[in-house]
Design a protein around this ligand. Sequence first.
Ligand SMILES: [Ca+2]
Length: 168
Amino acid sequence: MKKLILISATVLSLSVSAVYAHTANITVHQANELYTRLAAENRGVNYDNAFGYQCVDIPGDLTLNYVGKPIYGNAIDLLDSARAAGYEIVPADRSPRVGDIFVMDAWPLYGHGYGHTGYIWQVNPDGSFETVEQNVGDDANLYYGTPARLVHRTRDYMLGYIRLAYQK
Ligand SMILES: [Ca+2]
């Protein structure tokens, strides 16, 4: 009887972790390579073929082309979209990890309500992090966007993080 209980506990914990079963078909190292190279080569991704290189195209590209469970909307919508699609959401008061997608409030820095998002390729010892982002900077625009760039971020204005699982 005791053994049976142990087994069912194991099955239960397996099914709980399977809630976030959206594992990318690449390693986090490969994801880092993919997106930092875009920035190094002044290129971008445009996963929806709309409005050029917007910030949401990086999370869109990653979740559509490397996980197969795409998330949609403006950046400000991505936490809800990702939660509905079954991704793990990490609240803003916790530390991000390499491979996470950040979602931030765009009002304080950029003066609009669409939010902003990007890919985290490095987390620093002081809690700040290094990102790849599209359509960021003085030439950002909502019509055709701008290519990927490397950006340094702190946790200021962050609304949360979308945590993907990657191949080991
Ligand atoms: Ca686009």
